[in-house]
Design a protein around this ligand. Structure first.
Ligand code: TXA
Ligand code: MG
Length: 324
């Protein structure tokens, strides 16, 4: 893509080529079923620091370790309590991150100094091939500039991080579109720290005593990352209960399940076939609105059950951002 000697980000579809960058201490963006991640060798502190630098991520925000085998999990966690073991049996591999007491092998730089580590095993076939080729767990946050919507396509990764990272492993648009569910199993009853595609109802069916973090919707959450500006496009986000509440105009966009009365009067609009499709489309829609110079995005609210809990969480956070 670029001339020899110029800083450039390599684009590839080969998990083996991408794993070569990891072995050389570089950072690599890769697809998962949730969103694209930005990975580095968990045991290489210089590589882990490159993640924070490339994203502009605050150093006190811990990273999730991505594994390709249960044996790797056992090397990262000091203990796997019985609730965690049940959740692993039910949902690994998949869009679930478990927070566990960390072993001495996990460097402090990966967990922002916490005594716990978040661990997840993606089910995405290309992610699994890539992780297996790396041979080590990778710490990986979402592969966006800090504060931007999470990337669901490799083009979104390139728009944010071209020239700042070694390599992008190209895959399709991600299937879920929202980040993984995060459940803290490090001490006592499991606590839902972040809603995601593995729903609260599914978690409850396996561990009925799971609690919601008191601060799931508060401004000082337990999951450190949730206190930061997140998920927001440059445009203002307004959540509306009914499509009739959205106001048309040249700088206005609309996304939801039901069509507004005059859809063509919105500069951009997307009517989603169901809540899963809405979740999958949202971050991509936000980014396209920004590219179009949209000023206000109306988002139809959905019922807070199933993946609707996670979708409403992200919409509220995007809407809570003060603009101006
Ligand atoms: O789906 C996902 O989880 C994606 C893909 C790439 O796997 N990753 C992702 O990472 O969303 P990130 O860094 O954007 O979000 C990780 C969240 C943050 O809110 C962080 O604070 C929380 O997980 N987290 C990580 N380790 C934690 C720990 N030890 N204790 C509590 N929260 C933790
Ligand atoms: Mg993120």
């Amino acid at each position: 893509m670029s001339a020899v000697g110029e800083p450039g980000t390599r684009l590839t579809r080969s998990p083996r080529v991408a794993a070569g960058f990891i072995r050389r201490g570089e950072v690599v963006a890769f697809p998962t079923e949730t969103v694209y991640g930005l990975g580095a060798d968990i045991f290489n502190e210089a590589a882990v620091r490159k993640i924070f630098a490339a994203k502009g991520r605050p150093a006190d925000n811990p990273l999730i370790a991505h594994i390709s085998s249960i044996a790797q999990l056992e090397s990262l966690a000091a203990a796997v309590p019985s609730d965690a073991a049940r959740l692993i049996a039910a949902f690994f591999p998949g869009p679930l991150t478990l927070v566990l007491a960390k072993s001495g092998r996990v460097p402090a730089s990966a967990t922002a100094g916490l005594e716990t580590v978040g661990v997840r095993m993606p089910r995405h076939a290309l992610a699994q091939e890539f992780l297996a080729a790396c041979g080590v767990p990778l710490v990986a946050p979402s592969a966006n500039l800090s504060g931007r919507p999470s990337p669901t396509t490799w083009q979104a990764v390139r728009a944010d991080l071209d020239g700042r990272i070694g390599c992008i492993l190209k895959g399709a648009q991600t299937e879920v579109g929202l980040e993984s569910t995060v459940v803290d199993c490090a001490a006592g009853d499991p606590v839902l720290l972040r809603a995601g595609a593995i729903t609260l109802e599914q978690i409850r069916a396996v561990t009925p005593h799971v609690r919601l973090a008191d601060d799931l919707h508060a401004s000082r959450p337990r999951s450190p990352g949730l206190k930061y500006r997140h998920y927001a496009p440059r445009a203002r986000v307004v959540v509306v209960a009914r499509p009739e509440e959205a106001v048309t105009g040249p700088g206005a966009a609309y996304i939801g399940l039901d069509s507004p009365p005059r859809p063509v009067d919105f500069a951009r609009r997307e009517i989603c076939a169901g809540v899963d499709a809405y979740a999958r489309a949202m971050f991509h829609f936000f980014r396209r609105c920004d590219a179009d110079g949209i000023e206000i995005i109306y988002c139809q609210a959905v019922a807070e059950r199933g993946i609707g809990l996670a979708l409403m969480d992200r919409l509220r956070r995007a809407a809570a951002i003060a603009h101006g």
